[in-house]
Design a protein around this ligand. Sequence first.
Ligand code: IPE
Ligand code: IPE
Ligand code: MG
Length: 245
Amino acid sequence: LHVAIIMDGNGRWATRRGLPRVAGHRAGVAAVRRVVESAADLGVATLTLFAFSSDNWRRPPEEVGALMSLLQTGLRDELQKFIDGGARLSVIGRRDRLPRGLQQAIAEAEATTAQTSAAGHRLHLRIALDYSARDAIVQAAASWEAGAPPSRERFEHHLRQVLGSGEDRSDVDLLIRTGGELRLSDFLLWECAYAELWFTDKMWPEFGADDLRAALAEFHRRERRFGGVPPPPLALAASGGRGGA
Ligand code: IPE
Ligand code: IPE
Ligand code: MG
């Protein structure tokens, strides 16, 4: 199961409390920890977290700087826990505009947890950083081999190369957005083609394992049809009235 989360609302959470926005980002790190720690037990195999969008560079430099250093210390401090918990970590998005120290922390975290994954990891945690779905799609198109016939599988291969995310299945099953906004903000546009969407008014620092559990419970109640028709009632299926699955 692949769950992706747009972790929104840190700034508003802080502002409402009379705190600087950066305090909201700090509280957001604690929410990340809660969610990552509970994800595997709730049946999540891949968890993709939107941590910084390519449009977030538009924010005041002090806020951007604070986010970058929170990401860097977060990666360093949590690394041992990822390893102990059997998680594999990768970062999707552009690397070249990130501060050098953060680039190194990413490389280290990926290299160290790639080894744990050899023994079969419990969770693949993907952090989207300086990520733009449209940019990724354009890059994947630009890396197309001249003359190669178009195909979805080949395109997805290129997309994963561009994102540096390995060869895991990339389709999102459940997309969660906190913070009350009902939009995608350029996150995983290709991968969310058939994702189930789940929104909450809770701000990201308020989000916890129970909220993830609630989102997953609703996900499992939904009927995914992928353009087909609903499955036949059980009695009909058992009588052999229809062939196929
Ligand atoms: C999400 O919270 C975190 C990032 C975008 C890095 P915001 O910082 O967008 O919080 P709001 O939406 O302003 O409340
Ligand atoms: C999306 O949130 C990006 C992240 C959560 C990292 P934004 O707060 O940047 O999105 P908009 O600006 O409200 O669309
Ligand atoms: Mg926001």
